[in-house]
Design a protein around this ligand. Sequence first.
Ligand SMILES: Nc1ncnc2c1ncn2[C@@H]1O[C@H](COP(=O)(O)OP(=O)(O)OP(=O)(O)O)[C@@H](O)[C@H]1O
Ligand SMILES: [Mg+2]
Length: 591
Amino acid sequence: MNNSESFIGKVRSVTGSTLAIELDANIGSTLPIIDGILYRVGQIGSFIKIPFGYVDLFGVVIQAGSDAIPEKLIEQDGIELGSRWIKATLIGERIGKEFERGVVQFPIADDEVHLVTSKDLKLIYGGFDEERSIVVGQVSASEGLSARVDLDKLVNRHCAILGSTGSGKSNSVSVALEAIATKKGLNNSRILLIDPHGEYGRILKSHSQIFKVGADKSKDEKELYIPYWALTFQEFIKSFPGKLNEKQEEFIREKVLEKKIESSKKMSPVSKEEAITADSPIPFSVKQLWFELDDFERQTFQRRAQPETSTLDETDIGDAETLKSNKYTPAGNGGAAPFMNNSAQGILGFLNLMRNRLLDHRYKFLYKLDKLTPNLNGEIESDLDLLIKDWIGTEKPITILDLSSIPSEIISSISGSVLSIIYEFIYWGQDLDVGGRQTPILFVLEEAHNYLKSGENSISSRIVQKIAKEGRKYGAGLLLVTQRPSELDETVLSQCGSVIALRMTNSNDRSHIRSAVEDSLSDLVELLPSLRTGEGLIMGECVKLPMRTKFSKAKESKSTDPLASVQWKNGPLTDSNYQKVIIGWRNNEFS
Ligand SMILES: Nc1ncnc2c1ncn2[C@@H]1O[C@H](COP(=O)(O)OP(=O)(O)OP(=O)(O)O)[C@@H](O)[C@H]1O
Ligand SMILES: [Mg+2]
């Protein structure tokens, strides 16, 4: 190949790092073929090269056609401009065999502009340390060139995968996770994937451990328990419906603290009493708490404010275990005995809802915890360390929390609670090998818009914001997946160092992506509606340059869309299958 083969035009003007380039008159009628590969000139998102002494400058095409002509030139009379222009923004330079982002020198008018050949692309996209990168597909512009991303940056600097429905997000997540799980030498990788549709269990089967509410043990699934007592007080109290005013909440907080201190004395080693707060992950019996609060509200006395004259009905005593209230003689009318408990907080309504929730079998994962359920004295058989080891310490690199059988209104609180417990764990373990600094963890959140709504103050959005802001320091990374970037909290999106943008047809969503990528590249976002399924633009810290990538296809994908033209040929449908569906539906499982 000689230089003239790749020549496409000349620089006409330079504004900052943006170049206006006039294409050569001969380009376009013939598409250049170099070393047997056909090149299309001026495609948005493609690269151009400007040889510049002993370095080459590289730019990416952001606009093509007459819009790319600089206004100053249009205003000058008598110049034949044509429409064969492109606008490119400078992104990096090659010195010797090294490609680096950013440029220190700028071209001037009349400098030659050349095509970027697959050899150049290898240089730009290659040069990755194989140990520290994973392959997720092929570079679209050059067949046979693997698309590599920097694993450290991907995990540590957070990443968002965005695209319309069916654009291939779940597939790209699977491909990336599979690449990590099968990478040689990574024996201790830790990934926690929150899977609202239960679609990953099959795809990542051999690399993952599934936790599920209503687990099917025959499929090696494990039951998901989230101990209420390990949540902070705020999250614990918010797990019940019903409102409390500040004073009432404070009252209950004191009670919880008392209970935690009481139980801590029975644990070994005993925690320092002065260090315990209502937020400490110390077991206490929520039933006992309910019973005592309830009793306090109901008490009446024969003589005003004298508890020893209690009217408790001894023949029908209450019971914490079964959540049965104590009974008292109702308070008299018009100031007559018996008298109400003056210190009562007026929270009987709340306690009633609390009782309902404790009995609600859908919330079993939170309050009925097998060996982690504290007895009425606050003692437990197993402890939190074993639970967390089970969650993130398994031999399988990926832990999947399959939330497909959980009512949608509580998905957000479950995922938030798990994230919160694990994040606290890796934070407190920061100086130990199980902490995040020594063994980082990647949290993958599918359908992130569901629990990260902008402006919402839920446990999940609070904890994800926290991880987005400070997770990097403690070894916690986020991989957020969503089809609705416009619903995602903007501060979280802006914390993502890398963005993988797949096909995106909605312009409102595109403008959100635009704000998340660096300014000089924001025009590339216009490319997104035209991407093929499974094709995406990888931008940001995990790649040296924005990389238009065709993702590989994950091995076994449940999300393969049904094909009406094929499947409508099957039939007739059997009657018994209708019944099977209803049985499965009632039992919360797929038949
Ligand atoms: N790289 C690819 N190569 C071939 N087929 C792909 C590729 N990526 C995705 N597909 C196919 O496209 C369809 C949609 O993919 P996928 O489920 O990953 O999309 P999605 O963006 O996660 O959609 P949703 O928003 O509905 O979850 C599937 O049938 C999948 O097999
Ligand atoms: Mg999906």
